[in-house]
Design a protein around this ligand. Structure first.
Ligand SMILES: *Cc1c(COP(=O)(O)O)cnc(C)c1O
Length: 388
């Protein structure tokens, strides 16, 4: 007989994050039929809870069956048709993926790049908007999990509105950790994932779209190229009709419902404050230890901190020791940053002060044993000075 090795690990990587035990218990409740009145009520409540965490009144707010990447694909495959023009801001791996997914829909994609570790410069977006005529939408990653940058959005959204373009936002690592504030921000189509700051297992992708995006969906000249992700059908499944499209992953929806209820109980403002305070403590601790962070202080993402691996230290042995000796998982670099940075997540249920302290002391001990003069005492003192 094989045995599953599912010992408890502190998940401080780029996702998944740890789940509140209440979420895991919700998943183990009896499976209902997906058209059972009890389950339909849970779906309806889940939509309400999603509106509240997205901070939107958008009617079409639901959870796609699939991880965050399914939400990304849903956004472009429903909004774009062959021959459309799209502009995609790329400041890391997830922007690269969004550009790739848009091109696969047959769109002509123009990319606006930023160096890895920096946000996209609005003046470069302006130049591109002036040069590329008739673009239908701009796609952008709000929280770049590959670099740890939180992208300022206001200027870019304003320019897109002036050009009559849709703003399509990847909020996979921001939703539930930092304000996304869909309506006030002017975002037209937003997608996220359950496994980051919502602290629910991977498997669902919350999305929301406003009237502008709905108009684009409903006036398509061609059918949506993906059958499974076609929102013209899925909106009838989640809406009043309950028209059968596919079977919703029933127990995953229980989990999301519970995770969102926990957020409602904490309050989004409190939750954002907690993420900001714990990441500030982590950043202060890492710097006091003698390490450097990749991202300048004004653009750091509270849910994910990127640390530059010091000279003379190898990436993989450190992460292996963290996992073997302390049951702590952190992430390595992606793409161009592979081997150069570590990615330390403090998302949702994982964003707690005791995890910051445990991680700093474990990392300090490991680095010292490998010859880097980490000042663990200074790190713990600096982290302790940041109020919660
Ligand atoms: C994790 C992540 C995704 C992909 O989500 P999956 O759940 O892994 O499919 C997309 N965008 C960003 C910014 C992410 O952090």
């Amino acid at each position: 007989m094989s045995r599953r090795d599912t010992r408890e690990v502190l998940l401080m990587g780029p996702g998944p994050s740890n789940c509140d035990p209440r979420v895991l218990r919700a998943m183990s409740e009896p499976t209902l039929g997906h058209l059972d009145p009890g389950f339909l009520a849970i779906m309806t409540e889940t939509m309400d809870l999603l509106r509240s965490v997205f901070q939107t009144s958008n009617q079409l707010t639901l959870a796609m069956s699939g991880t965050g990447s399914a939400g990304m694909e849903t956004s472009v495959v429903n909004m774009l048709e062959p021959g459309d023009r799209a502009i995609v801001c790329v400041h890391g791996v997830f922007g690269e993926r969004l550009a790739d997914a848009a091109a696969r829909c047959g769109a002509e994609v123009t990319v606006v790049e930023a160096p890895r570790g920096e946000p996209v410069d609005p003046s470069k977006v302006r130049e591109t908007l002036d040069r590329v005529k008739g673009a239908k939408l701009l796609g952008i990653v709000h929280a770049e999990t590959s670099t740890g940058v939180l992208q300022p959005m206001a200027d870019i959204v304003e320019m897109c509105k002036a050009h009559g373009m849709l703003v399509l936002v990847d909020a996979v690592t921001s939703l539930g950790g930092v304000p996304v504030d869909v309506d006030r921000s002017g975002f037209d189509f937003v997608f996220s994932g359950t496994q980051k700051c919502l602290s629910c297992p991977p498997g669902l992708s919350p999305i929301t779209l406003n009237e502008n995006a709905l108009k684009v969906l409903n006036s398509r000249k061609t059918g949506v190229r993906s059958w499974y992700l076609d929102l013209t059908m899925i909106q009838r499944y989640w809406g009043h009709e309950r028209f059968y499209h596919h079977t919703a992953p029933v127990n995953m929806i229980y989990a999301l419902h519970e995770a969102l209820s926990i957020i409602e109980e904490e309050g989004v403002k409190e939750r954002f404050k907690r993420h900001a305070a714990n990441s500030a403590a982590l950043a202060a601790g890492l710097e006091a230890m003698g390490l450097k962070l990749l991202v300048a202080s004004g653009y750091r993402l509270p849910s994910l901190t990127t640390v530059i691996i010091p000279e003379g230290i190898d990436d993989v042995p450190v992460r292996k020791r963290l996992l073997a000796d302390y049951s702590i998982e952190i992430g390595g670099g992606l793409g161009a940053l592979k081997g150069k940075i570590w990615r330390v997540g403090l998302m949702g249920h994982t964003s707690r002060r005791r995890n910051v302290i445990l991680f700093l002391s474990a990392l300090g001990t490991i680095l010292r044993s490998m010859g880097f003069k980490a000042d663990t005492a200074a790190a713990l003192a600096a982290a302790g000075e940041i109020g919660s």
